[in-house]
Design a protein. Structure first.
Length: 106
């Protein structure tokens, strides 16, 4: 019968896995709380569309959008509106119009 291995020796067996670059960050990301994506109703979608049509470069806005499995809020100046690509450049962040939950002028 084998002698029982102590905890420190057992832990050494798994140490090479901690050397994998990005493993801890990936595990954290997978275990992080995830926001369920909200599906807008027809009225809310029409209101969002109306607000998007009123935007112009140079306008300061606050946008709530879905990215990386969570909702984020971003305030800044609309730098560019890419209609064919359906995205907005707010300061230095591209936001897909399809990911918008809300946008309002400040």
């Amino acid at each position: 019968m084998r002698a029982k291995m102590d905890r420190a020796e057992r832990a050494k067996q798994f140490m090479p896995f901690s050397a994998l670059e990005g493993l801890n960050a990936t595990l954290y990301e997978l275990n992080r709380a995830v926001d369920e994506r909200i599906c807008l109703g027809e009225d809310a979608q029409l209101e969002l569309d109306r607000r998007l049509h009123m935007l112009s470069p140079g306008r300061e806005v606050c946008a709530v959008f879905y990215a990386n499995r969570q909702y984020s809020a971003l305030s800044g100046v609309v730098m560019k509106i890419d209609l064919p690509g359906r995205s907005l450049l707010i300061d230095d962040t591209w936001v897909a119009m399809d990911d918008l939950l809300e946008i309002r002028a400040l």
